[in-house]
Design a protein around this ligand. Structure first.
Ligand code: CU
Length: 117
């Protein structure tokens, strides 16, 4: 194997740094679906950001049968979305006001917030 050129090494280091940044920044770009996983700890992440008047798509996947969080209820928007086990479910809407949109499981034990700016 030939010696690696110094520029190649620098490029590899740069790509590594970029990959690290991408892994740390979990905030999706505008229009990108926001992934939420329902684990035995509840909705993860429990807080997501959104923009007023910009369509928001949540992709919610319940990965545990151990809790009662088998539904996503967002009263302000009349959403009662069943969450089948291990099946990504898409919930789309456009926040019409800034502020906090609260959602929860059907029994209000596990909660989450969509922070609309
Ligand atoms: Cu519950």
């Amino acid at each position: 194997m030939p010696d690696a050129h110094p520029h190649t090494l620098a490029l590899v280091a740069l790509l590594g740094a970029l990959a690290g940044l991408a892994a740390c920044d979990r905030r999706p770009g505008p229009g990108e679906p926001v992934r939420i996983t329902v684990t035995k700890r509840g909705f993860e992440p429990w807080k997501v950001q959104a923009r007023k008047d910009v369509p928001l798509t949540l992709v919610v996947t319940r990965t545990t049968d151990e809790t009662c969080a088998k539904e996503l209820v967002l009263p302000e928007l009349g959403i009662h979305q069943p969450l089948p086990l291990n099946e990504p479910v898409t919930v789309s809407f456009t926040p019409a006001r800034a502020g906090e949109l609260r959602y929860a499981c059907a029994m209000n034990m596990f909660q989450g917030v969509i922070e609309v700016r």
